[in-house]
Ligand binder design. Sequence first.
Ligand SMILES: [Zn+2]
Ligand SMILES: [Zn+2]
Length: 414
Amino acid sequence: MQICIHRGTKEIGGTCVEIEAQGQRIVLDVGLPLDVADPDSFPLHPIRGFAAPDPSLLGVVISHPHQDHYGLAHRLPVETKFLIGQAAEAILSASALFSPGGVKLQNVIHLKDRTPITLGPFTITPFLVDHSAYDSYAVLVEADGKRLFYSGDFRAHGRKASLIDKLVNNPPTDVDVLMMEGTCIGREDHTFPTEDELVPKLAEVFKTNLGMPLVWCSSQNIDRIVTVFKACRRANRQFIIDMYTAEMLRATGNKRIPQADWNGIRVFLPKSQKYRIIQEGAFDISDSYKPYRIHWNQLAEAASQSVMLFRPSMIRDLEAEKCLDGSVVVCSMWGGYLEQPEKKWFVDWAKEASLKIIHCHTSGHASIPDLKRLRAAFPDAKAVPVHLQDRQRFVELFDNVELHEDGEWWGIES
Ligand SMILES: [Zn+2]
Ligand SMILES: [Zn+2]
């Protein structure tokens, strides 16, 4: 088995790993690097089968629906076989209506937890993991009697934390290489609150605020949407979500996750999303939410009993409806987000509007103690870091580490 990490040996995001056995190949992730704004201008990796079809490329695994793992998928030939979770595929497909980041994949095999898939000389076994993207997998790749375990992105403090316990308590055996993410290494050397620990914190904000709290978080962070809904329940407020978010919840196909037809949820249609629905003639989608809708002119009256999922593109409309009296902004995203220069206008606007900004978030990635737990589950494997910035710290933290460079081919020795 020969391996090439085309990108990701010293960078968070943009991961792409090619694995070759007996002249055939698979790829793990086709991510768009985080600092590339335009996916169409980024040069494709020199992988046969990327620029033009090649039968020796048997499949491309997309570990989870984050752009830094799937962002180049739409540029591969239509014949390309993608291996992705069913809900992850549905999320990317449904988001294509509302977001340029969405993608409809044509030729798909679904990853299912612990169900092996055979492609030529490769056996690929997915392991569902806990991450801030829904339907995320680690994968075990076997070929030529060698075994590589790729962690993908994961954490162990979200709503599926028990999956990591299950994995470390009963890991695949005889693994030669553990290719493990290290996002938090050197960045955040501490543990993180669990998703459930955010619930009382948010509920307190919702209870004590007289106006309508605006929660700014990713619509695809399903764990977080569940957290916000639980906090709404505790604070006895309804949760107003936009139609795009409602579509993401529906795409999970999981009836235990809050849905538009649940008590305590209302759906609104921001102007930008309404425009997309008209443009695409997607009236079946807007019609399906009719019984659960709340309209702009109802917001002011509902404000004191509601919490609203928010993004800055809604500011002008919210101001026009005069529903922001006594409101507060809850930024439920990475802490550095609002410190970026391009977000300064938003911070200034909130100040001008007398809206306090409260931060309430937990990481989508494993803390160092949890990385150590995963490492310890594969004691005989070499550890190869990916999806990280601080490789030196990785070497200090773990035994038996092997560093590789982007674009370098290396083998698993017999
Ligand atoms: Zn990532
Ligand atoms: Zn991710």
